[in-house]
Design a protein around this ligand. Structure first.
Ligand code: HEC
Ligand code: HEC
Length: 221
């Protein structure tokens, strides 16, 4: 290391910068549609105790059942929910909004008509929230609203109901969505004075990996 540095120090500044390659490039300010890159290490299967895995799932459930996640992860009535402290009592989305079978409102009014696609999450209170991806309901098999911890745990453990994702792919999905300033990142930065999902995105990704490496333990009914 120090040898390489000595050699470089002998060059002119421009040559020094050039020799450093991309490292020396001054990065433009982060674009509003690019979110954080979250790195994670996959723990070996079986390297985590069932107790730790169960505790991690307890936190996972607190996140996915929180209104910032569950309001979009609704069942086959295709009705997004308005719930959480800023809404008072939980109720279906006002203005008779339905996602339809398309889950994006294509049959009636596209969600993105009001929920503009824009990675700047900051809105006025009660304005339609927005994200870097086109606003939509999650696929019906990913229903979390009104579901128990045991039901959600069974869903998350079944690749037939996660879009084919195992626990590692779930962690990848979360970080990839965050990179697009998608719905997951929005859940922790919801703007408009909304209560964010608990813990943090980083903790949630870590909990998915801990739970997975423990063999995906699920609570009893
Ligand atoms: C605006 C609506 C919306 C919100 C809010 C939202 N999601 Fe989703 N979610 C989706 C959509 C759409 C998909 C399907 C994306 C895909 O499969 O590529 C999805 C898929 C997922 C998946 C993968 C599939 C599975 O097993 O369920 C996970 C994990 C997930 N979301 C986590 C979250 C978490 C955690 C939050 C809250 C921090 C959240 N989502 C909030 C719309 C939403
Ligand atoms: C006519 C405009 C409009 C359309 C179309 C619309 N929304 Fe909304 N949506 C709103 C407004 C406004 C709010 C915020 C209400 C508040 O905070 O009091 C909202 C809030 C939400 C929330 C609550 C977010 C949270 O957790 O705080 C969800 C979920 C949601 N919309 C989903 C959808 C989906 C899915 C579609 C398409 C099927 C859709 N919306 C179509 C105006 C709209």
């Amino acid at each position: 290391m120090s040898q390489a540095f000595t050699r470089r120090a002998g060059l002119g500044l421009a040559a020094l910068l050039a020799s450093l390659g991309p490292l020396a490039v001054v990065l433009p300010p982060a674009r509003a549609d690019t979110g954080p890159q979250i790195a994670f290490e996959v723990p070996e299967e079986g390297s985590v105790s069932a107790e730790e895995g169960a505790a991690a799932f307890g936190r996972i459930y607190e996140v996915v059942s929180h209104p910032r996640c569950a309001n979009c992860h609704v069942g086959e009535d295709n009705r997004p929910m308005w719930s959480g402290p800023s809404y008072g009592q939980a109720r279906p989305h006002g203005m008779n909004i339905t996602g339809g079978e398309s889950r994006i409102g294509a049959e009636t009014l596209l969600c993105s008509t009001c929920h503009r696609t824009n990675g700047d999450f900051d809105t006025d209170p009660h304005a339609p929230p927005r994200a870097g991806l086109d606003w939509r309901l999650a696929p019906v098999e990913f229903q979390w609203f009104d579901r128990s911890a045991a039901e959600i745990c069974a869903q998350l453990s079944d690749p037939g109901r996660t879009g084919g994702r195992d626990w590692v792919a779930l962690a990848e999905h979360l970080t990839e969505d965050a990179g697009h300033r998608g719905f997951v990142l929005w859940g922790w930065n919801p703007g408009g004075a909304r209560e964010p999902a608990p813990y943090s995105l980083e903790t949630h990704v870590q909990d998915i990996l801990t739970w997975g490496a423990a063999g995906q333990p699920c609570p009893a009914e």
